[in-house]
Design a protein. Structure first.
Length: 469
């Protein structure tokens, strides 16, 4: 055997062989290459040692008088199913070695065994062992933290209702069936849709959101399905609709109840055939995107009054998600307030930076018909107005009780200023990393990049700030 420089042992290896010369040679080779080696000439003694130590791998001869390698393998795997066992065999024992591999042995080596072959095989076996153990550790960690997590792709809440929602989203995210999200206004239907998209679709896949109630009635079919040149007056060129633009990503149809009956019939056909045609066209275009619909109405009641097709409801309601109102999880209000204060606090000179306990207690007594969106808006006002009158801010008309010298800018300019401040705060928090910021903000990466470009935000500045801390 070659002499090699001795290194610090990092992995413990069990070697079992009744050939004491070979046992000593293997021990020397492994020790010189940094392994902590435990050698045994008796398989029964080796098994006893596995009871009280954790090994990275086992090397064992297949032919031994008291217990052959096959039986030793079976007993080892009962004690530790993931422990890699490498069997050493003579030329006449190949069939036994192959059988051993079928029963769970990692590999087998033929005598005489070359030193480099042993080391290479052992290194691969230990690497696999580490990957298995690390995956198991991460899975256990994920299972343990799921019970305590309070943030999930923009959704906030630690109530059991929310934890079940997080698990449901993870369960169905990678499916391609339609999803119907039902919930009152302000419960976070689009956040749930974005979470499904982020988890279940490639990072580069488009997320296309369509507010069905905001589309012009005379252009709605063109917006959704596109049109060919000359399809109608003013159609001077081909237009790609939302269904086509979504590609293999997600098409989110919000306020699905706003669709007129003729368009409901067309959507039903698209979902059934998984294809559509542009206005004025004949070629069928495959529907590759996942369709997620959302509504704040009772669809069954809408069906009863003839406003929504029952067959379309069943086609959309394959994987339902029902978002609970905030009044059913008031225990999450302090957590939501903390998150919104962190988001908005300090954004304005003299703005409020903390929320007093008496205000939080008062907020927890309210029913919040506008749900999380209403609470977010209230905290936004509280931060902007400096928290001068918490009880008034928590009332029905908080703005009327505060006399402010408002900036002399338009509403659009003012909101753009606030949006820029918010984006800069989030980028500063994550050191300018867009991949982390867009998930915290609950918007797509493309959307964030568009806003960064719009406001002329320099990412390098935040990365430099992070490295200088």
């Amino acid at each position: 055997m070659k002499n090699q420089q001795r290194t610090v042992p990092t992995h413990e290896v069990l070697v079992v062989d009744d050939d004491l010369y070979l046992l000593a040679a293997i021990e020397q080779t492994l020790t010189l290459n940094g392994y902590a080696v435990h050698t045994f000439g008796n398989p029964l003694e080796a098994l006893a040692r596995i009871e009280d130590r954790v090994f990275s791998a086992v090397l064992a001869d297949i032919r031994m008088p008291e217990m052959n390698g096959l039986l030793l393998l079976e007993k080892i795997l009962i004690k530790d199913p993931d422990l890699p066992v490498i069997l050493i065999t003579g030329h006449g024992d190949i069939s036994l070695a192959v059988e051993a591999v079928k029963k769970g042995a990692y590999h087998f080596l033929q005598k005489p065994v070359d030193e480099d072959v042993i080391l290479a095989t052992l290194a691969r076996a230990i690497e696999r062992r580490q990957l298995v153990l690390e995956n198991r550790r991460l899975e256990q960690q994920l299972t343990a933290t799921r019970g305590g997590r309070s943030r999930f792709y923009g959704l906030i809440g630690a109530h059991p209702i929310m934890r079940k929602l997080y698990t449901l989203i993870e369960t169905i995210a990678h499916e391609n069936d339609p999803v119907l999200i039902v919930g009152e206004t302000g419960t976070g239907k689009e956040l749930a849709a974005r979470a499904l998209h982020t988890i279940g679709r490639p990072e580069t896949a488009p997320y296309v959101a369509v507010n069905m109630g905001a589309l012009p009635m005379d252009m709605i079919e063109s917006e959704l399905f596109g049109h060919e040149k000359g399809a109608f007056t003013g159609a001077v060129q081909r237009k790609v609709g939302k269904f086509e633009y979504a590609g293999e990503g997600t098409l989110f149809l919000d306020e699905i109840c706003s669709m007129l009956p003729p368009l409901q019939a067309k959507l039903l056909r698209v979902l059934e055939d998984r294809s559509f045609t542009r206005l004025g066209g004949n070629a069928a275009i495959p529907l590759r995107a996942r369709v997620i619909a959302a509504t704040n109405r009772d669809l069954l009641a809408e069906i009863d009054r003839g406003a929504f097709r029952q067959d379309l409801y069943f086609r959309l309601n394959v994987l339902p998600i029902h978002l609970q109102p905030l009044r059913n999880r008031k225990e999450d209000i302090p957590l939501l307030v903390e998150a919104f204060m962190a988001e908005y606090g300090g954004g304005q000179p003299g703005g409020a930076r903390c929320c007093p306990p008496e205000l939080i207690r008062h907020l927890m007594t309210q029913d919040w018909p506008g749900n999380v969106r209403e609470l977010r808006n209230l905290i936004r006002r509280y931060c902007v107005f400096g928290g001068k009158d918490p009880t008034t801010v928590a009332g029905p008309e908080p703005a009327a009780a505060v006399d402010l010298d408002l900036p002399d800018v338009s509403w659009k300019e003012y909101m753009e200023q606030q949006e820029r401040l918010y984006i800069e705060q989030m980028l500063r928090r994550v050191g300018g990393q867009v991949s982390a910021a867009h998930q915290l903000m609950g918007i797509s990466r493309k959307n964030l990049y568009d806003k960064i470009s719009k406001y002329g935000i320099v990412l390098h500045r935040f990365r430099k700030e992070q490295s200088g801390r």
